[in-house]
Design a protein. Structure first.
Length: 290
């Protein structure tokens, strides 16, 4: 029904006939759901049609955390009453989408929603999201103070993701200042002598500088921290990259061994011919480990 006009009762009746006919063919469709949908369309379908025509809003309402672009929504001709009514009706969908984005680390989509579709975010939703992000910040602080941040960072990459800290000041311009200050202080109070650990702390400290602080003092502190953070972050390989290097070396040994076995089986020279190859591989591996 490409020309469906939900402001016309005759069109809604046509849609009702189609849906009720579909019920007879598809036992997954519930008559009560159809009746509720038709009641909704008769009441609000016409005034909400412009929202449903927007692909980004449909993606948000689907609440699966799918990526949205940064294109703004054209609100011209829509009253504040209509905007608020739509947001209130679909508040649970919007919060579900925000939670999925946080779970998946989709900071760009969160940024787009809070900047371009902020009218969709009810006060209660914003508060729930603030509390969820606060818990994530507190978990960073706890991990640093309990010296568990190496394993914590491996499983929680958001804590060294600049996009994460950038979104905090967009969700609320001042709410997270205290959290950021506490993370900053925890890092300086728990500096580790291990180069690997100091590197990880440096990565977190550098990501923090992407937070746009409401307090001028905090903003200055973050800016002053950037050179220190870069110095720490460049001191040595992180835990994960170190593991990757050892994995590559281990695989190289296996490949070389298989190649040698194949050549020996084919009768290519004696064992002595392969000694220089093994020595060369050992030297290369030792240099990579260092």
């Amino acid at each position: 029904m490409p020309n469906l006009d939900l402001n016309q009762e005759s069109d809604v009746i046509r849609l009702e006939k189609i849906l009720k006919a579909e019920i007879k063919l598809n036992n997954h469709i519930n008559i009560n759901d159809v009746e509720q949908l038709l009641d909704f369309l008769r009441k609000d379908g016409g005034k909400f049609a412009v929202f449903f025509q927007n692909k980004t809003i449909r993606t948000i309402l689907n609440a699966k955390g799918e990526t949205i672009n940064f294109a703004p929504f054209d609100r011209r001709g829509l009253s504040e009453e209509t905007l608020n009514s739509f947001a209130e009706t679909f508040a649970s969908n919007v919060e579900g989408y925000l939670r999925e984005c946080i779970r998946a680390g989709a900071w760009f989509s969160l940024k787009s929603l809070f900047i371009n579709y902020s009218f969709l975010v009810q006060d209660s939703t914003r508060e729930n999201i603030r509390q969820l992000l606060t818990l994530k910040n507190k978990s960073i602080i706890q991990a640093i103070y309990t010296h568990q941040f190496v394993s914590f960072i491996d499983f929680n990459r958001f804590c060294r993701d600049a996009g994460y800290y950038g979104i905090l000041s967009i969700v609320d311009p001042s709410y997270f200042d205290q959290d950021i200050l506490e993370i900053n202080n925890a890092i300086y109070q728990n500096q580790e002598t291990s180069i690997e650990r100091l590197k990880l702390l440096g990565e977190v400290l550098y990501a923090l500088t992407y937070y746009n602080a409401h307090s001028e003092d905090l903003q200055a502190t973050l800016a002053n921290n950037q050179p220190v953070a870069l110095k720490w972050a460049s001191m040595g390989p992180s835990t994960s990259s170190g593991r990757d290097n050892h994995t590559i070396i281990f695989v190289s040994y296996i490949v070389a061994a298989i190649l040698i076995i194949i050549l020996m089986a084919a009768g290519v020279g004696g064992v002595s011919i392969f000694v220089p190859i093994v020595i060369a591989i050992a030297r290369l591996a030792s240099r990579n480990i260092r």
